[in-house]
Write a protein that binds this ligand. Structure first.
Ligand code: RFL
Ligand code: PHB
Length: 396
C-alpha cells in the first residue's frame, strides 16, 4: 500500500486541480494530485476555448503562460447575430480595455501539466480516488487505486477538483447543501475543422433553425457549434449538412462561411447545476465538481480558476496565520461569482437558442432584447462586462 503524506490532497487534474497545485507550490505549500485518466487523455480532451482576462492574468502570474501568450488569440469584441442581423459588442470601449483570449483547454492542460511535473510536483495518472475519509477531523485521507494497488493520501485538506462525475461532491453529507439543477431542452453539436476562421471574432447567432456559434482555435483551425435536439445523434449530421446549417444560421449579407475537412464531432447536452455549499470540515470543492453552466457564456473553465483563487487565499491564510477564517468564508465568496455566471450563461443561452416558434411571445422577447443591444450602451455594457469576466474586487 502506497502511503503518501502531503499538506493538500487534490483529486483531479483538470484546470482547477492543476492550477491549485501550482499556485500552492509557488507559496511553499506541498500537494499531490490524483488523476484517474492518463496524461495523454487529459491533454487531448477537446473542451473550452475562451479564457477571461482574470484567468490569463492568473496564468501569467504563475509563470505558465509562455505558449498562451505566443499562441492565444486576443479578442477585443464579439459579434451577436439575430436572423442575419449582426451587431458587434466592443469590449475595449465598454469595459475599459478588458479582453478575452481564445486558447484551447487542452493546451492549457498541457502547459499546466508540463510546469507541475518539471517543478518536481507529484501527480499520479490513472489513479482513481475511491473514498475520502476523516474530513471532519484535521487529518483527512484519500483512499485510491493506482496500478491495481491501494494507496492512501494523508493530508491537512482534501480538495475535490474532480469534475461533475467525481467523488468530492458525492462525499459531502447530503443535508449540508441544496442542489439546483436546470436542464435545457437542447444540446450542442460541436466540430473542429481544418479551415481558417471565417470571422476574426466569435459569432453567437440566433436563427429560426436554431443557435450557432463560430469560434476558432488557430489561424487554420475553426471550432463551430450548432443547437440540436437532446435526442439527436451524430449519424444524422453528415459533414455537408453541418456546413449547410452553419452557413444558414450564421449567415449575413456580404459574408461567406469557409468550409474544410471536419476532424472532430461531438454532441454535448446543456445544463445548469450547482450546490450552495463547497465545504464540509476539511473537504472543499472547486470547479465543475460543484457547478456546471451551459457553455454559451464560456464560463466553466474560468469559474474553476476563480474558485481556486479564493481557495488559495484561504489556504495561505491557514498556513501563514493558522486561521480557518478565510477558508470558512470560501463558499460565500465563491458563490457570488458562481450565481453571476449561472445568470449570465442562462441569459446568453435563452437569448440565442430557438425555444418556441419563430414569431411566438417568447421569440418576440428574444428579438426585443437583441434589438436593445444595438441601441443601448448600458445593455451592451452589461453583456460585455459579464462576458470578459468581472474583476475579483467587485465580489469582495
Ligand atoms: P474537469 O476538467 O472535468 O477535471 C476534473 C478531473 O478530475 C478527474 N477525476 C478523477 N480523478 C481521480 N479520481 C477520481 N475519482 C476522479 N473523478 C474525476 C477527471 O478525469 C478530470 O480530469 O474539471 P475542472 O478542473 O473543474 O474544469 C472545468 C472545465 O473543464 C469545464 O468547466 C469547461 O470545459 C467548460 N467549458 C467551457 N468553459 C469555459 O470557461 N469556456 C468555454 O469556452 C467552455 N466551453 C466547456 C466548453 C465544456 C464543454 N463540454 C464538453 C462539457 C465547451 C464544451 C463543449
Ligand atoms: C469554444 O471556442 O469552444 C467556445 C467559445 C465560446 C463559448 C463556448 C465555447 O461560449
Amino acid at each position: 500500500m502506497k502511503n503518501i503524506k502531503t499538506q493538500v490532497g487534490i483529486i483531479g487534474a483538470g484546470p482547477a486541480g492543476l492550477t491549485l497545485a501550482i499556485w500552492l507550490k509557488k507559496n511553499g505549500i506541498d500537494s499531490v494530485i490524483l488523476e484517474r485518466k492518463s496524461r495523454e487523455y487529459i491533454e487531448n480532451r477537446t473542451r473550452a476555448g475562451l479564457l477571461e482576462q482574470n484567468t490569463v492574468d492568473i496564468f501569467k502570474s504563475l509563470g505558465v503562460a509562455d505558449r498562451l501568450i505566443e499562441k492565444g488569440l486576443e479578442h477585443h469584441g464579439v459579434f451577436l447575430s439575430f436572423n442575419g442581423k449582426r451587431v458587434r459588442v466592443p469590449f475595449d470601449e465598454l469595459t475599459g480595455g478588458r479582453k478575452i483570449t481564445v486558447y484551447g483547454q487542452q493546451e492549457v492542460i498541457k502547459d499546466l501539466v508540463a510546469d507541475w511535473i518539471s517543478s518536481g510536483g507529484k501527480i499520479y495518472f490513472e489513479a482513481q480516488a475511491e473514498r475520502i475519509e476523516d474530513f471532519e477531523t484535521n487529518n483527512p485521507k484519500i483512499k485510491f487505486i493506482h496500478e491495481e494497488e491501494e494507496g492512501m493520501i494523508d493530508c491537512d485538506f482534501v480538495i475535490g477538483c474532480d469534475g461533475f462525475h467525481g467523488i468530492g461532491r458525492k462525499t459531502l453529507p447530503k443535508e449540508s447543501y441544496t442542489e439546483y439543477s436546470h436542464c435545457y431542452p437542447f444540446s450542442w453539436l460541436g466540430i473542429l475543422a481544418h479551415v481558417a476562421p471565417s470571422s476574426e471574432e466569435l459569432i453567437y447567432a440566433y436563427h429560426e433553425n436554431g443557435f450557432a456559434l463560430s469560434s476558432l482555435r488557430s489561424e487554420n483551425i475553426s471550432r463551430l457549434y450548432l443547437q440540436v435536439d437532446n435526442n439527436d445523434s451524430l449519424e444524422n449530421w453528415s459533414d455537408e449538412r453541418i456546413w449547410e446549417e452553419l452557413a444558414i444560421r450564421l449567415g449575413t449579407e456580404g459574408w461567406e462561411l469557409k468550409t474544410g475537412p471536419i476532424f472532430e464531432k461531438s454532441i454535448t447536452p446543456m445544463r445548469g447545476f450547482m450546490i450552495d455549499n463547497l465545504q464540509f470540515g476539511r473537504l472543499f470543492l472547486a470547479g465543475d465538481s460543484a457547478h456546471i453552466v451551459p457553455p454559451t457564456g464560456g464560463k466553466g473553465l474560468n469559474l474553476a480558476v476563480a474558485d481556486v483563487k479564493h481557495l488559495v487565499d484561504g489556504l495561505l491564510d491557514f498556513y501563514k496565520n493558522n486561521s480557518m477564517e478565510t477558508l470558512n468564508g470560501y463558499t460565500e465568496t465563491a458563490l457570488k461569482r458562481i450565481w453571476r455566471a449561472q445568470d449570465f450563461s442562462n441569459f446568453m443561452t435563452a437569448l440565442f437558442h430557438k425555444q418556441e416558434e419563430h414569431g411566438s411571445f417568447q421569440y418576440s422577447m428574444q428579438a426585443a432584447k437583441f434589438d436593445y443591444i444595438a441601441i443601448s450602451k448600458a445593455y451592451a455594457t452589461t453583456i460585455a462586462e459579464n462576458y470578459v469576466g468581472l474583476p475579483f474586487e467587485v465580489f469582495e
